[in-house]
Ligand binder design. Structure first.
Ligand code: PLP
Length: 463
């Protein structure tokens, strides 16, 4: 099993190498050279199995011979043992043919834990085997950072630095990043927005001296191993609603396009998915791109669903790579244009994208109204990201095909927005009840590459 870059100009890597590398050296993202498939019988055999067993069967064809079956099973078991629901990703019914897939039972209460906990165990295993250490730098719009810190804190072979946009994450998100006191954890509040965080991270990867000097590794959703981990719950949920004998659809609250791209991979593997619906908040660049074929940056407007406040959806490049029939040069050209503000997708590629994905958006008012009305009609308390998706899903329901909407965060992570919409404050689960009282450690940093690199090098040297 080999991985290739979306820009066609970087070495082919194994699963473990692609995982440790993150961003390809040509600036592209790693994708499988060939997507493995599962037969209808293979999929049917997943019914009734544990989440961990389904994870093993779904992910195994992607890892090649990097881990033995026993090793990989151990990694998966350790990754999900800290989740607080035995089903890991339980389904809740919202209406006659509408289901919510609860992905917030992990340690930081957001779906990012599914990928990050796995990647933490994979890194630990691989680095110990290689007797290497790495520096992980991640950019976060809120939830990735805490998930990465929870997954890597205290690990011997890893320093983890998280760049988050100063003043633009919720209090709980910030507290989750700034209160762990492990020496290998560094939360950096960058003066800028999430796209600035992501841009500086890309700059660090493209500064080969720095990259090689600190042994930079990335755990953002550009990391293929994260996408792979997310493929699993598309299978587990679809199978519990009758796949492969019955088709299902998914609506996904989308920011960086990692989660919905995992759904696309599941479909390519043979899971009978009817529609994959991209749901965006008011920062609707993806929805506009799907409607017009032009991808144009418009600046980020902060919303009540901050983890989706994005204009540069990194993983969309992976979809473009398939839309352009794996033409790395064509993708490179689009990305060069995008650096200047916009690119236009060819008619053929656009047709392909519209066959794969539908899209919709929810305004701030619509998001709040959805929290209010779903609470009244179902008793379910939705986080704002989930509410964006439920609003869009409700426009795409059908009587034939069940709709599964991904619930990406626990409502208590965004208490202000939820309280405003339904008049009651959602409470944190008991293990996090004292979060707001814990002491914070953070460092405010300028939006400047050279300074950031110096801070990181100094902190590693001081350890
Ligand atoms: C990260 C995040 C999203 C967006 O997921 P992508 O993979 O970036 O599209 C949606 N909801 C929540 C709560 C998130 O943390």
């Amino acid at each position: 099993m080999k991985y290739i870059s979306t820009r066609g100009n970087a070495p082919e890597l194994s699963f473990a190498e692609a995982m440790l590398t993150g961003l390809a050296r040509d600036g592209g993202l790693y994708v499988p050279k060939k997507i493995p498939t599962m037969s209808q019988d293979d999929i049917a055999a997943l019914a009734g199995q544990s989440y961990e067993d389904i994870a093993f069967h779904v992910m195994k064809p992607f890892i090649g011979d990097c881990f033995t079956d026993e090793e990989f099973k151990g990694i998966i078991a350790r990754a999900y043992e800290g989740f607080r629901h035995t089903a890991r990703a339980p389904l809740v019914q919202m209406g006659p043919n509408h289901y919510l897939l609860e992905l917030f039972h992990g340690p930081t209460l957001a779906f990012k834990d599914f990928a990050m906990q796995l990647i933490g165990q994979l890194f630990q295993f691989e680095l110990e085997r290689r007797k290497e250490r790495v520096t992980i730098v991640g950019a976060t719009s809120g939830d990735t950072g805490s998930a990465a810190i929870e997954a890597f804190r205290g690990l011997e072979n890893v320093d983890v630095f998280i760049l988050f946009p100063h003043g633009r994450v919720s209090d709980i998100q910030r507290k989750q990043m700034t209160t762990p006191d492990d020496a290998n954890v560094h939360a950096l509040a960058l003066e800028g927005d999430f796209d600035d965080c992501q841009a500086r991270l890309k700059d660090m990867f493209n500064d080969f001296d720095f990259r090689d000097g600190v042994k930079l590794a990335g755990v953002n959703s550009i990391n293929w191993a994260r996408v792979l981990a997310q493929v699993v719950y598309y299978f587990s949920s679809a199978v519990s609603l009758g796949a492969p004998h019955r088709k299902v659809s998914f609506t996904v609250p989308t920011g960086n396009f990692g989660d919905i791209f995992a759904g696309f991979i599941a479909k390519q593997m043979g899971l009978p998915i009817d529609r994959l619906v991209i749901a965006t908040n008011q920062n609707d660049i993806l929805h506009r791109t799907m409607e017009t074929g032009a991808c144009t940056k418009a600046g980020v407007t902060p919303s009540i669903s901050p983890s989706m406040d994005i204009q540069v959806s990194s993983n969309f490049e992976r979809a473009l790579f398939f839309a352009y029939e794996k033409d790395g040069d064509a993708v490179s050209k689009l990305m060069e244009d995008f650096a200047d503000g916009s690119f236009t997708i060819s008619q053929g590629a656009m047709e392909w994208l519209r066959e794969q994905f539908d899209s919709g958006r929810a305004s701030e008012e619509e998001t709040k109204a959805t929290i209010t009305s779903e609470y009244a009609t179902t008793g379910e308390v939705l986080c704002p990201h989930t509410a964006v998706a439920v609003k869009v899903a409700n426009e795409n329901l059908s009587t034939e095909t069940p709709m599964i909407t991904l619930a990406t965060a626990h409502p208590a992570k965004f208490p202000d927005a939820v309280e405003e919409a339904m008049g009651a404050r959602p409470v944190l689960p008991p293990h996090m009840a004292d979060l707001m009282e814990r002491e914070e450690r953070q460092c405010k940093v300028p939006n400047q590459l050279a300074l950031l690199e110096t801070i990181i090098k100094d902190r590693i040297a001081a350890r």
